[in-house]
Design a protein. Structure first.
Length: 429
């Protein structure tokens, strides 16, 4: 049945691509899973190295950084480049690599995995390396609160053997608790750079109480949200020693959050035996994944797209825009479709007040553009225009962008796909 399901799924993938019905990133995998529910087990038993990356923010960028480093070093790599991070997306990526007899050809398989899907994936196979980036509030209508995901992770990771290396963010208290009693080998990364501390904690801070005992955490400083130097004075859960810090590797792209992604990718590379000098050289050639600090040129204007789908992510996108030397107009796009989460109340936790002194024009669009416009009004941030038509909003933004400027676009997930379709003619890749 394994071979039969591969043949049928591959044929479906051919039809999808031939008739331009999509990228074939999910449906071939869905078909294969219907025919063979445990096909992931079959693929994983071929002895190939599998690396999983899970977390709220940074998955796609971290995976692409790992892929860049491994490819630069001479390894063949397959990853779910489209960002399809449910089980059908992983199966589709395996199918793209597999021959008709089911044999895989790449040396490494690197997959970003949806937070809620990770426990189910770990029931199917055991990865060689598991990266945990962070946990923030995201799509509350689907995931629930952060501690719900953390508890599920703790239960799912408990069965990992010592042969597995878990690489976790030491600046996130929940991830330290998750890694506390694992049989797997746990290693940590963290910024360790006080110069990046914020002057005060953000409103969108998700974890201010100890995830183990419930006492209020003490912070020596925060980088954003609850990520920082922390400790619990009651149960003594504390920030662990890190194996890699920002002094060891510099990020090839702007944004404090991208420093975390870089450290996670560098730790994976170290774990597979790549020298630091080769890691640094490979990162020089890194280009951002679609919609994640992605840069494109439209009508001679530089455009940057920063996916902004939850309070913490949006705050960091705004921070990047405001601190960047590349100035220009800003377009905020808010949708409430299934991939975005249907609850948009999170916009009230974003520090849009930081845009009060923004010198360029601000535009708003998306399915819920009026909700976002109201939020900006309460933040006392002037809005140049609200557009139900995303195409009109992009045209107006480009018109207001001078040749030496950057047109910044901060969309939610489905909005990001729409933006890319308008700008590049392709939603994903």
């Amino acid at each position: 049945m394994f071979i039969v399901s591969i043949i049928i799924a591959k044929f479906a993938s051919f039809i999808i691509k031939f008739f331009h019905l999509g990228a074939g990133a999910t449906w071939p995998g869905e078909i294969a899973l219907r025919l063979n529910p445990h096909i992931l087990q079959k693929f994983s038993k071929q002895g190939k190295k599998i690396i999983l990356v899970a977390g709220t923010n940074g998955k796609t960028t971290t995976v692409k950084m790992i892929e860049t480093i491994l490819t630069h070093t001479g390894y063949s790599v397959r990853h779910n480049a489209s960002g399809a991070n449910l089980d059908n997306g992983l199966v589709s990526a395996f199918l793209q690599d597999a021959r008709w007899d089911g044999r895989l050809s790449s040396d490494y398989f690197i997959f970003e995995v949806d937070e809620a899907t990770l426990p189910n994936i770990l029931k199917e196979f055991t990865p060689h390396i598991l990266v945990l980036t962070n946990l923030f509030r995201d799509q509350l209508d689907r995931y629930g609160e952060v501690d719900v995901i953390a508890e599920k992770w703790q239960q799912a990771l408990a069965s990992l053997p010592p042969s597995v290396t878990v690489i976790a963010n030491a600046d996130d208290p929940h991830l330290v608790l998750v890694g506390e009693k694992l049989a797997a080998t746990v290693k940590y990364f963290g910024l360790e750079d006080p110069s990046l501390f914020l002057p005060k904690m953000q409103h969108a801070t998700d974890t201010i109480y100890c995830p183990r005992c419930g006492s209020r955490l003490t912070f020596g400083g925060v980088y954003f949200s609850h990520l920082g130097k922390w400790a619990c004075g009651n149960c003594k859960l504390t920030h662990p020693r890190v194996d890699v810090a920002s002094r060891d590797f510099s990020s090839p792209v702007e944004g404090v959050y991208n420093r975390y992604n870089t450290l996670a990718a560098a730790m994976v590379a170290r774990e597979v035996g790549i020298e630091d000098s080769d890691i640094k050289e490979a990162l020089k050639s890194f280009t951002p994944a679609f919609g994640r600090m992605e840069e494109t040129n439209v009508e001679g204007k530089r455009v940057k797209i920063l996916l902004s789908k939850n309070p913490t992510g949006c705050n960091e996108s705004l921070r990047t825009v405001l601190s960047s030397k590349q100035k220009g107009p800003l377009l905020l796009v808010l949708n409430d479709r299934i991939p975005d989460g249907t609850d948009v109340s999170w916009i009230w936790d974003v520090d849009f007040e930081n845009l009060k002194n923004f010198k360029e024009n601000i535009f708003v669009s998306g399915d819920r553009c009026f909700d976002l416009g109201l939020r900006l009004k309460y933040a006392e941030v002037p809005c140049k225009g609200m557009y139900r038509s995303l195409e009109d909003a992009i045209k107006e933004g480009l018109k207001n962008c001078k040749p030496d400027q950057t047109f910044w676009i901060l969309p939610t997930y489905s909005a990001m796909l729409d933006v890319r379709k308008i700008l590049t003619g392709k939603k994903i890749l």
